[in-house]
Design a protein around this ligand. Structure first.
Ligand code: SF4
Ligand code: F3S
Ligand code: FES
Length: 254
């Protein structure tokens, strides 16, 4: 087993401000960035705040920015870096810092609550639901989401524009709207809820200009842009220019 000392720069501070702190720390074969952060905590900075839980890429807690890229610390192997590299670990930039590497991701829970849940069909009971396998497969991809919020952090719509946060749900939650809109048994429309319209008017679908940065950072490899956002945009546009829908909207506005 070989080991070496790596140079780490870790952001330390709180909502009032902070700075990068330098550490030289032992690295052993097979370790990931979260192991090194834990070693710093155990040997040099016992009050370093870091959020983690599963250490297996499944809880979505250990999200941070490593050399400026949003990543899961527990899934970033030290072997991807050169031994001479300085590795900089900072908190997610799009969310307010609580302390050190821990951010307040409450924005995401607020957005989750704004999306109306699946509406069960009124004429079917539990156990009577039947779906085509292709419909099951399509939404299965979206259900792999571990809610790490790396996609939310990297999307420039909120990363660079705090003021957009009220109007834009972000890729993770637009994907949720797309999943529900694709669901063949969702009976939202029977209660007057048009998910395509709400995607545009309430969740800011139009702010997404398909940069695909969200897809690039997703640790689950979900094709957020190609399989959720673009199809949702296409369906929303179809709805907008459907002459029957247009006429209905005009009559309703009178
Ligand atoms: Fe994380 Fe991917 Fe889910 Fe976004 S879609 S929260 S990047 S798992
Ligand atoms: Fe943002 Fe993803 Fe669209 S990064 S702009 S939500 S494609
Ligand atoms: Fe659970 Fe990293 S600790 S995803």
């Amino acid at each position: 087993m070989s080991s070496y000392d790596a140079r780490f720069r870790v952001w330390r501070g709180d909502a009032g401000g902070g700075d990068l702190a330098d550490f030289s720390v032992e690295v052993n074969d097979g370790e990931v960035v979260l192991d090194i952060i834990h070693r710093i905590q155990a040997t040099q900075a016992s009050d370093l705040a870091v959020r983690w839980n599963c250490k297996a890429g499944k809880c979505g807690s250990c999200s941070a920015e490593i050399n400026g890229r949003p990543r899961l610390m527990c899934m970033t192997r030290m072997s991807v870096f050169d031994r001479e590299d300085v590795i900089t670990v900072t908190p997610l930039r799009a969310f307010p810092v609580v302390r050190d590497l821990v951010t307040d991701v409450g924005f995401n829970y607020t957005k989750a609550r704004e999306i109306p849940a699946f509406v069960p069909p009124s004429d079917l009971g539990p156990g009577e639901y039947r779906m085509q396998q292709e419909d099951v497969d399509r939404s299965q991809e979206f259900r792999k989401c571990i809610e790490c919020f790396l996609c939310q952090d990297t999307c420039h719509v909120v990363r660079d524009h705090e003021e957009n946060k009220t109007a834009f749900a972000g890729p993770r939650f637009l994907m949720r709207v797309a999943e529900l809109d694709m669901h063949p048994l969702d009976a939202a429309s029977s209660s007057g809820l048009d998910r395509k319209r709400t995607a545009q008017e309430d969740h800011g679908l139009g702010y997404c200009n398909i940069t695909k940065c969200c897809t690039e950072v997703c640790p689950e490899g979900i094709h957020i842009t190609d399989n959720a956002l673009i199809p949702l945009k296409e369906r929303a546009v179809d709805r907008k220019y459907d002459p029957v829908v247009w006429l209905g909207d005009r009559i309703r506005r009178r």
